[in-house]
Design a protein around this ligand. Structure first.
Ligand SMILES: [Zn+2]
Length: 446
């Protein structure tokens, strides 16, 4: 005898209605599950977000400073988590960004300094090329230099990451990069042509030094819309876009004391660039590929500046939020958030009193682009101002950070993911695994 035979007809109706609701709920949960871990389709899009130099300690410091102990930061709230090794094909034991990003871009570990090329220097399809051949749109975005090693790994294959103007020329060659947005116009305009953004760096860092003629004119002739400040970025409609705006490096307060980036019309928040790019990419029914990097995070690691690491982490989390908002109506997007390596050997330590600096040499590096140390310990061994204290949000507890090197380190980095095939990022993998999973997603291979 089943339980339902004990019930009155009215109660049966209620029971049936209840059962229907439960079944609907189960179906809904299953549907949500399938949204999170669905198979890719021919229209699946892929977004790779890199916090250059963002090891587990950086990610944790960003979490504590901006989100406290309870609310999970957006980039760590993605449902699948794993670890990636970062070692390159050499010759050093520790990777640079060129080899690190190339592992994602072509699925092969390469020599430090090479972008988008294997150790044999041969040109092979990058994820961006694969996306193009699948009829998808492509976008490369950076908060710093658009010709830097990470973006070059996808769109500017060269054997020397310092060939900036060559990378720029390759990025617009054949229009394979539909949307290129970020900082540093210096390599796009020839010497003597100041470009659109006022040069303010006393060391002449932002003076034009292009070696390939006027590449902005060349891009416009190829059909690119060109933008250089908030207003012109807002007006972009696509499908081809070149936006060269204020470099986030200006934000480094020590070099440009008094510079207020929020008041600079040429400074466009990365979140606004990504949101604009998504609105243009969305017009392509076949999907898209996007690689976006916060290079500022790596610079902050080289300079031992935890405040700028947290600022860059804020940017990355804003970008993840914008993408997740887009995914609410467009779930067929694989998003992978990771790093090419860790920078600085950063460690979170307790701040109990000011004179607890444990490694004044390590905290006081000469950055590779500078002549003198910029982050000195105080006369009594006090913690350098750029190393702390940092308050854990929502508490009265404070930490400082310590460093072991002004260079990159060789440990594994965390990776989080959401969308089709995101579950394949779980576990410990070579960094080339990003390519394997992203390629499957872009080609609709289950
Ligand atoms: Zn670096």
């Amino acid at each position: 005898m089943s339980a339902i035979q004990h019930l009155s007809p009215r109660k049966i109706v209620i029971a049936v209605a209840g059962m229907t609701m439960i079944l609907a709920l189960v179906a809904l949960i299953a549907k949500n599950d399938s949204v999170e871990a669905s198979d890719p389709t021919s229209k699946t899009s892929v977004i790779i977000l890199s916090g250059d130099g963002m090891g587990i300690q950086q990610r944790t410091a960003i979490q504590y400073a901006l989100y406290g102990l309870d609310e999970r930061q957006p980039m760590d709230a993605l449902p699948y988590t794993g670890f990636l090794d970062t070692i390159s094909a050499g010759p050093e034991a520790v990777t640079d960004s060129a080899a690190g990003a190339t592992a994602w871009a072509i699925g092969e570990k390469t020599i430090n300094g090479y972008t988008g090329l294997g150790p044999d220097k041969k040109r092979v399809p990058t994820l961006l090329d694969i996306a193009k051949s699948e009829g998808k749109s492509t976008a490369l975005i950076n908060d710093h230099d658009v010709t830097n090693a990470t973006l070059a790994a996808f769109g500017g294959p060269v054997v020397n990451r310092d060939w900036k103007s060559t990378i720029a020329k390759k990025e617009i060659y054949n229009g394979k990069v539909d949307i290129l947005m970020g900082g540093n116009e210096a390599y796009w305009y020839p010497e003597g042509n100041p470009g659109k953004i006022p040069n303010t760096n006393k060391q002449g860092e932002d003076k034009s030094e292009g070696r390939q003629g006027n590449l902005v004119d060349e891009a416009i002739a190829q059909g690119y819309q060109y933008a250089y400040d908030k207003e012109t970025v807002a007006a972009l409609t696509g499908p081809k876009v070149l936006a060269l705006v204020q470099d986030s490096a200006k934000r480094r307060w020590i070099e440009t004391k008094g510079y207020k980036y929020k008041q600079d019309p040429h400074y466009v928040p990365v979140k606004d660039m990504v949101t604009k790019a998504l609105s243009i990419l969305d017009q392509d029914p076949d999907g898209f590929f996007m690689a976006m990097e916060s290079d500022d995070l790596d610079s902050a690691g080289h300079e031992h500046d935890v405040r700028n690491i947290i600022q860059s982490g804020h940017t990355l989390n804003q970008v993840v939020e914008a993408i997740q908002e887009y995914r609410e109506t467009n779930p067929d997007v694989l998003v992978i958030v990771t790093a090419d390596h860790e920078t600085g050997g950063m460690t979170i330590e307790d701040w109990s009193k000011e004179e607890t600096n444990t490694n004044s040499d390590g905290d006081d590096p000469i950055p590779y682009w500078g002549k003198k140390a910029l982050n000195n310990a105080g006369p009594k061994g006090q913690v350098p101002i750029r190393s702390g204290p940092v308050t854990i949000k929502g508490t009265d507890r404070k930490f400082k950070v310590d460093w072991t090197t002004p260079e990159h380190t060789g440990g594994m980095v965390p990776v989080t993911a959401v969308g089709p095939l995101a579950e394949e990022m779980v576990g410990v993998h070579h960094n080339t695994h990003v390519f394997d999973v992203a390629k499957k997603a872009l080609t609709g291979t289950p």
